[in-house]
Design a protein around this ligand. Sequence first.
Ligand code: GLN
Length: 197
Amino acid sequence: SYKIGVLALQGAVTEHLQQIAQLGARGVAVKKTSQLSELDALILPGGESTAIGHLMRQCGFIEAIRDFSSQQKPILGTCAGMILLAKELAGAEQPHLQLMDIRVQRNAFGRQVESFQVDLKIKGLIDSFPAIFIRAPIIEKVNLSTEQKSEVEVLAEFNGNVVLAKQKNLVACSFHPELTDNTAVMRLFLDLIKKSN
Ligand code: GLN
């Protein structure tokens, strides 16, 4: 079965590991860059993106994960993980991977709206997915670079904002698929892993 790592520097690691096991794959908590070579795919979990980003830089994960991605291995970033994947952050300076051709706005729903749940239609996947948003980011803009052809595919929107998108081996998700029993988003990620193997 596939071996899926969950970056375990800070944030919502356990829930992802549980869902991975539920789907019959093997989940590994990743704390050192040397573990990446044994993985088929990686999840960057939710948490505090500034804290995770600084720890990533300290531990050599920025370079190591860029390298992992250049081997076309699938990476899923949820919430803080989406922020870490983005090429551009709106009005924020913090260490991040800059891998995905998107501009992300942190805490896009404001302080008043800490968390909420909505049913989302996900393109080509499911008509109603229970999406849980917690101090969530949104994707303000996709396909930033003009020289490159449009590679980012929008998979779900909420109130006119992009909240789920895919670019080749990368998936960015504003909400928390690991906090519901619905495994549709994880199955989308598993399909990506199957195709890349
Ligand atoms: N607001 C957090 C950040 O900006 C993300 C929240 C989350 O991952 N649930 O890092």
